[in-house]
Design a binder for this molecule. Structure first.
Ligand code: FCB
Length: 448
């Protein structure tokens, strides 16, 4: 019996991927190297030395993948554009073959009745820009705006809405503070300018998109923060974590100011990176929608050692994914109602731009079905409580290259055999297809 959900008419169903996780073809048609190629080539960075050189070979197999999307009945497909395919060194000459690829992809999606929802930056910075400081360098924001204009000029006649950045928090923390992801810098709090330069890049790109009549979103990784106890020290730690993970990347966009970072010993200029007028640039183009990537809540306790003003505490007594992430579906309702309570009228319509889980199940992935069903119930509960949620894009269409975990974490509705590139829909694929069909039919009936 397909799952029944009470969601608004016009609710959009989708699936998400990212360029470096699926495309492969890293040396083809003039693509330049990205930070992920360089990082993965270094020893002991990615599990088992896996690289994204081939991934799902989507660069060549995209027609087959679009057929799979069509089979699901998707309204929309979120993918990312690889900056190093468009401008191999991040500046200077444009690579026409790179633009041609996304042109073909967009046309094939539209022919299948699927709306393309591109993300302009999903972590694969051109290596040349990293060599000049990457996101620690303010210039990268201006290069991003130029690249955005180039892509929008080519595809904007067919692509109505764009996501500027994917998860600037995760990119800053994993890429520049801890060094777990590319570019592998371990700067701890000295990574904070990366937050501001990404937000500045968003603001400049958003202006370029709006000038062309296009809608603008950002995809933020957000988490409900649970204090480990009601002790003052745990509450203060939880508040400090919330500032870093959630508010640092959302307050400037919606409220036009940075949150108080004094718990980190950092002033409002984020290590000198915020120049006069920057916050105006960041908010000058209001978001048409907020993309929310939700995976799990975070439990936070007072720190036990000097350094950061918080420590992560385990969430016990809930199922865990293959990645060992706790499964808390109601966290999505809590997050969405919390956003509405925090930002009120400043909160634009929300779209879930990622949600899903990795499991070790091959094809009969009942764990994933339970995960998705639980989270969609929580989403419907948030809608019933008055939050304006317009769509849900599950992560992910295909098993793919899961960054530092290589090919070990499988998040797909479709199984990929990385030896043969054979795609096989899992049980969750059929479940999602039926859910979409039932929901659409109910909406039509209500329209009578
Ligand atoms: C998110 C990333 C996405 C994928 C999922 C599992 O943080 O945006 O690329 O890796 O996690």
């Amino acid at each position: 019996m397909p799952h029944r959900l009470d969601l608004p008419a016009g609710f959009r169903w989708g699936a998400s991927t990212a360029a470096h996780q699926i495309e492969g073809a890293v040396d083809e048609d003039g693509r330049g190297p990205s930070v992920w190629d360089t990082f993965a080539a270094r020893p002991s960075t990615v599990r088992d030395g896996h690289t994204g050189a081939v991934a799902c070979d989507h660069y060549h197999r995209y027609p087959e993948d679009i057929a799979l999307m069509k089979g699901l009945g998707l309204d929309g497909y979120r993918f990312s554009v690889a900056w190093p395919r468009i401008r191999p060194t991040g500046e200077g000459a444009v690579n026409p073959a790179g633009l041609d690829f996304y042109d073909r992809l967009v046309d094939a999606l539209l022919a299948a009745g699927i709306t393309p929802l591109p993300t302009l930056f999903h972590w694969d910075l051109p290596q040349t820009l990293e060599d000049a400081g990457g996101w620690l360098n303010r210039d990268t924001a201006y290069r991003f705006a130029e690249y955005t204009a180039i892509v929008a000029d080519r595809l904007g006649d067919r692509v109505p809405a764009w996501i500027t950045l994917n998860e600037p928090f995760v990119h800053m923390v994993y890429g520049y503070a801890l060094g777990i992801h590319a570019p592998g810098r371990a700067l701890m709090l000295d990574a904070l300018p990366v937050a501001h330069h990404q937000l500045l890049a968003h603001g400049l790109a958003a202006a370029a998109l709006h000038e062309r009549g296009l809608d603008v979103l950002i995809a933020n990784n957000l988490t409900p923060v649970w204090p480990a106890s009601s002790a003052d020290a745990d509450l203060a730690a939880a508040q400090a974590y919330d500032v870093l993970h959630n508010r640092l990347f959302t307050d400037p966009l919606l409220l036009g100011r940075y949150p108080d970072l004094s718990a980190y010993g950092v002033g409002p200029d984020l290590g000198g990176s915020v120049h006069d007028g920057d916050l105006k640039l960041i908010t000058a183009t209001p978001l048409d929608g907020l993309g929310v990537n939700y995976y799990n809540p975070t439990r936070i306790a007072a720190p036990t050692e000097p350094g950061l003003p918080f420590a992560e505490a385990p969430i016990e007594g809930v199922p865990r994914t293959a990645f060992d992430w706790p499964v808390v579906p109601d966290g999505l309702r809590e997050l969405l109602t919390g956003l509405r309570d925090r930002y009120g009228a400043a909160l634009p319509p929300v779209t879930i731009t990622e949600n899903g889980c990795s499991t070790t199940e091959e094809l009969d992935d009942t764990f994933r079905i339970d995960y998705l069903a639980g989270h969609l119930d929580a989403l419907a509960a948030a809608v019933a409580q008055g939050v304006d949620v317009r769509g849900y894009y599950t992560w992910s269409l295909l098993d793919n290259y899961e960054w530092a975990e290589g090919y070990h974490q499988r998040f797909g509705l479709v199984h990929v055999d990385f030896e043969t590139q054979q795609r096989t829909p899992k049980a969750s694929y059929a479940w999602y297809r039926d859910l979409i069909a039932v929901h659409r039919a109910r909406n039509v009936k209500r329209g009578w």
